[in-house]
Design a binder for this molecule. Structure first.
Ligand code: HPA
Length: 268
């Protein structure tokens, strides 16, 4: 991150500003196959293609669309480093949401379940993460006035907001999410290692976005939909098509959950 990055954010903001009057304080990033909630938001639809110098997602299940209502701004689609995007590009949507006035962001993803109780179909709150990507969006020269590059990550995923969500959904499991670079899935030995390191879930997104959001002073909520058992723990080989299909199959539950989070988190 550097001044050129924030110029790019400003350009993106100017494109969106012209197309949409709403400035909600809640943002949502929809992960693989989880964009169903877009249809349930009544707002302005802005394809990424209409946002100046904004990349386009290359992955199936990520439409590349921003939808903004008076209550929430939702990104249907995100950028992953395994698509060849830089860490800056991965966090561009987060910085754009921030520029639009978003102060709480819900990052959703599809993940593999490592911990025994995390069967496909489970929705889980992220309590903490392991950034195993080898990347960090704050590398470079982020402008000091926006915050210290030595960003505190002690409570990366807001404890207060997790408590608020769990008061409505007491059975929701809390998990540690390991973010890996992908795009190959893990070996069973890697999953065994991640388990020893304290990971409950594994995926290929979210962690860089959380770091950028915390640097920018936003509150972060992380929500994973368990799409599959992690490699070597479910007796089945993994495929992206299955992960997308699981997202699609299970997404009505996730969609209902996300829509209810809009009520819960946009309250003061
Ligand atoms: N591993 C990594 N990323 C994933 C997985 C997985 O098992 N499932 C969904 N995204």
């Amino acid at each position: 991150m550097d001044n050129a990055f924030f110029k790019r954010v400003e350009n993106a903001y100017r494109s969106v500003e012209r197309l949409c009057p709403f400035r909600p304080s809640l943002g949502i990033v929809a992960g693989s196959g989880l964009s169903g909630a877009l249809e349930r938001i009544d707002g302005r639809e802005i394809p990424f293609a209409r946002i100046k110098r904004f990349p386009r997602p290359t992955v199936k299940g990520h439409p590349g669309l921003l939808k903004i209502s008076d209550r929430a701004a939702m990104c249907g689609g995100r950028f992953h480093s395994y698509e060849g995007f830089s860490a800056d590009e991965v966090v561009l949507p987060i910085a754009l949401l921030h520029r639009l006035g978003v102060r709480t962001v819900v990052l959703t993803n599809a993940a593999g379940g490592i911990r025994k109780d995390l069967e496909p179909g489970t929705v889980a709150l992220i309590r903490d993460h392991l950034n195993m990507t080898g990347l960090n969006p704050l590398k470079g020269s982020p402008p000091e006035e926006r915050g210290s590059r030595f960003t505190d990550m002690t409570e990366a995923y807001s404890g207060g907001l997790r408590a608020r969500i769990r008061s409505r959904y007491p059975d929701l499991p809390e998990c540690v999410y390991a973010g890996l670079p992908g795009p190959s899935y893990e070996t069973p030995a890697e999953i065994a290692m991640l388990e020893k390191l304290g990971a409950d879930l594994v995926g290929m997104s979210t962690v860089l976005e959380t770091i950028a959001a915390r640097y920018l002073g936003m509150n972060v909520v992380g929500v994973s939909l368990v799409a599959n058992r992690a490699a070597g723990t479910g007796g089945k080989p993994l495929s992206h098509a299955d992960v997308i299909a699981a997202g699609g199959r299970l997404s009505s539950r996730m969609t209902d959950f996300l829509i209810s989070l809009i009520d819960l988190l946009s309250e003061p």
